[in-house]
Design a binder for this molecule. Structure first.
Ligand code: MSP
Length: 664
């Protein structure tokens, strides 16, 4: 905590994200955690700065820009804008967004390098090694032909003249630092890993490159550019003032949030660079686990990425935030499944918080004309509930403080459960109109409303949008964000306030339908339909209502774009329904060279048995993906007919076409 004048300061960061792809649920997770902490800390009276950004240099970007046929500058500008827009759309906008191509950042990197060099920690040398271009890192001890241990891709042998950083000189200072600051690396297991890694000895690190063009130039040493990690880590300083960081007073950072894959960069290299430059070292690095799909890391090539936007569109961003933070203990790996997501949505949000809020409001409306009642006498069960909530406040704050989000939410939801039980046993709806019954109703409904108020405040950092709605429903002014958590106590709900208008919080959803719609939107985003106006792709368009929405006038594409889509004549060999997916059929299709399994969203319009032997048009070069857990390796073309986009399969009725023939 930095204390200057007034409020204490708190600075936290997400990693800056690579621009050669777009955000999936893994990236969203880190950013959701950061956003939650930012909101929580503000409610505890801190002046908070949260930063994120884009990591825009390196070979991958050079290659991706070339593939896209545009300059690197244009490419990264486009990608950074997309990342930024998505965070905005998801309500995750940070206070600062650093792009590593920003001039202010270039200055900071060059400044830090100069300090390291002036202090004698930089020298020139030759380096030959195996390099992973995807992770932008030399792979220590790898031999030619070895794959990268992190991502499994082949390494490349690279020899170059580099500037080296004397990392070896920091073995003892780092070990001393870890010892003096046991909280620096979290969680404990990661700390132990890093300590033993450093105890094993540190090799000097090459921090410039001559084989890469797209990077920050080393002043006066062209063609040297900075190694991407020297560049990227420094963005944390750039965000809060760069060389003039003292003016803003937010450095050293209080918290770097990172995934477990990048902990070494943050807890070994980064503090060593800063020590060499004689600058303050961050206070804590927290490494979270990964969200996995079917126990493997998500990747576009495996076709198993989960995108945030379709989930947010279907269930609301709060539902996604809640799921990510509740489902997995922070620090550990967890599995992402749509099934678990929608189940939690219905049970915890629709039936839990949503139901409690609407039930309480309806009872107050009916019995007290929508005014929060006044309590005149209390029974022991009211006192017991009050006590439980009061102690939950302390527990939740402690859990937030330790970043134990799952436990904080568990505690909040156990309070919601107690309120449900309390209402069921007190049965205010069964009481009459006698003075005594009215008094009892008032006590029960005030108690429930007060519990709801406290739950709303405590849940706000995780559920910012929906708690605003409950807040307004309770007739409270302003926002729960403005409540100081340290002053939150049982008993502060003033009687006499008029409730706000009832609004739908978390409408219950049909699980199968919700999953199908999310998947359809995700497919649409991952494989945007080609610009043909009427013919659309069956598996993409017929699953959800959202896909049938009118489309903007398509841009024209060149023939070379069309040529990228490989379509062939296929013949359906088998077709069956998929349990739990009303709209999907699982097909096997002979495409001439092989038999493919393809899912198509046509189950409501085609009998599986009648499809056998039918010739269809198939997109054969789509990346495989999973639909309701079933792999789909290609796409069957259909026209979308009528207002609800009824799929009509494209076919070849007039001519006996050969299976495997290419469509042009
Ligand atoms: N650019 C570097 C970070 C530089 S920070 C100075 C980088 N970028 S990244 O885009 O590949 O990853 C950013 C973060 O997303 C990492 O913390 C990574 O662990 C996290 N995730 C990527 N996939 C993930 C999951 N499937 N699950 C959870 N987090 C994961 O690394």
């Amino acid at each position: 905590m930095n204390m200057s004048q007034g409020k204490p300061k708190f600075y936290l960061t997400t990693p800056i994200y690579y621009t050669n792809g777009l955000p999936h649920i893994g990236h969203t997770y880190t950013t959701v955690v950061a956003d939650t902490i930012r909101r929580y800390k503000r409610m505890r009276g801190y002046e908070v700065v949260m930063t994120t950004g884009t990591d825009e240099h390196g070979v991958n970007v050079e290659r991706a820009a070339k593939k896209a046929g545009i300059s690197e500058t244009e490419f990264v500008a486009k990608m950074a804008a997309e990342w930024r827009a998505l965070w905005d759309e998801l309500g995750l906008a940070a206070d600062e967004f650093v792009r590593t191509t920003d001039l202010r950042h270039v200055r900071t990197v060059q400044w830090l390098f100069r300090l390291c060099r002036e202090n004698g920690y930089v020298y020139k040398g030759q380096y030959t090694g195996q390099y992973c271009i995807y992770d932008n890192a030399f792979v220590n001890d790898a031999k030619p032909g070895d794959n990268c241990p992190d991502c499994g891709r082949p390494t490349e042998t690279i020899t170059e003249e580099n500037y080296f950083f004397k990392l070896s000189a920091f073995q003892k200072p780092l070990l001393d630092f870890y010892k003096k600051n046991p909280e620096f690396i979290q969680p404990e297991t990661r700390r132990n890993e890093i300590v033993s890694f450093v105890e094993g000895g540190l090799k000097d690190l090459s921090i410039t490159r001559t084989t890469i063009r797209w990077g920050i130039p080393v002043p006066g040493e062209e063609p040297h550019v900075f190694y991407v990690w020297f560049d990227a880590l420094t963005s944390y300083l750039t965000a809060v003032g760069g060389p003039e960081f003292e003016k803003r007073g937010f450095w050293p950072a209080d918290l770097h949030l990172v995934g477990k894959d990048i902990i070494r960069f943050h807890t070994v290299y980064w503090p060593a660079f800063l020590m060499a430059a004689m600058q303050p070292v961050p206070k804590q690095v927290w490494a979270h686990g990964w969200f996995l799909m079917d126990a493997t890391k998500m990747s576009k090539s495996k076709g198993n990425v989960v995108l945030p936007r379709p989930v947010a569109n279907m269930l609301g961003m709060d539902a996604l935030r809640y799921f990510l933070l509740r489902e997995v203990v922070f620090g550990q790996d967890g599995n992402f499944s749509y099934d678990a997501l929608v189940t939690r949505y219905n049970s915890d949000l629709a039936n839990g918080l949503g139901n409690l809020a609407s039930r309480t409001a309806a009872l107050i409306e009916k019995n007290f004309g929508g005014k929060i009642p006044k309590v005149t006498e209390r029974k022991s069960q009211d006192e017991a509930l009050a006590k439980e909530v009061q102690s939950a406040i302390g527990e939740v704050l402690e859990n937030y403080e330790n970043l134990s989000f799952a436990r904080a939410l568990e505690t909040i939801w156990s309070v919601i459960g107690s309120a449900d039980k309390y209402l069921t046993s007190e049965q205010p709806w069964a009481l009459g109109n006698s003075e005594q019954d009215q008094a009892r109703k008032a006590a029960v409904l005030w108690t429930t409303a007060e519990l709801l108020r406290i739950v709303t405040v405590l849940g706000h950092p995780v559920l910012p949008a929906s708690t605003e709605k409950v807040w307004a429903l309770l007739g409270q002014t302003g926002s729960p964000a403005a409540v100081e958590l340290d002053g939150l106590r049982w008993g502060q709900l003033a009687p006499g306030k008029q409730l706000g208008k009832a609004q739908a919080l978390f409408p219950r959803v049909d699980k199968n339908e919700a999953i199908e719609r999310i998947e359809a939107m995700a497919n649409e985003e991952l494989n945007p339909a080609p610009a043909a106006p009427a013919a659309k792709l069956a598996a993409n368009t017929t699953l959800g209502g959202a896909a049938a929405a009118p489309q903007a006038a398509p841009e024209k594409i060149g023939i070379e774009d069309f040529a990228k889509v490989e379509m062939r004549v296929g013949q359906i060999k088998t077709a069956e329904r998929i349990v739990g997916a009303d709209k999907l059929l699982k097909l096997t299709v002979d495409i001439g060279t092989e038999i493919r399994q393809i899912c198509a969203g046509i189950a409501q319009y085609y009998e599986p048995e009648k499809l056998i032997g039918r010739k269809v048009a198939v997109v054969v070069n789509l990346a495989p993906r999973k639909l309701r857990g079933v792999e789909s390796n290609g796409m069957v073309i259909a026209a979308a007919v009528g207002p609800d986009g009824r799929p009509v399969l494209a076919g070849f009725p007039d001519e006996d076409v050969e299976i495997g023939a290419r469509l042009k």
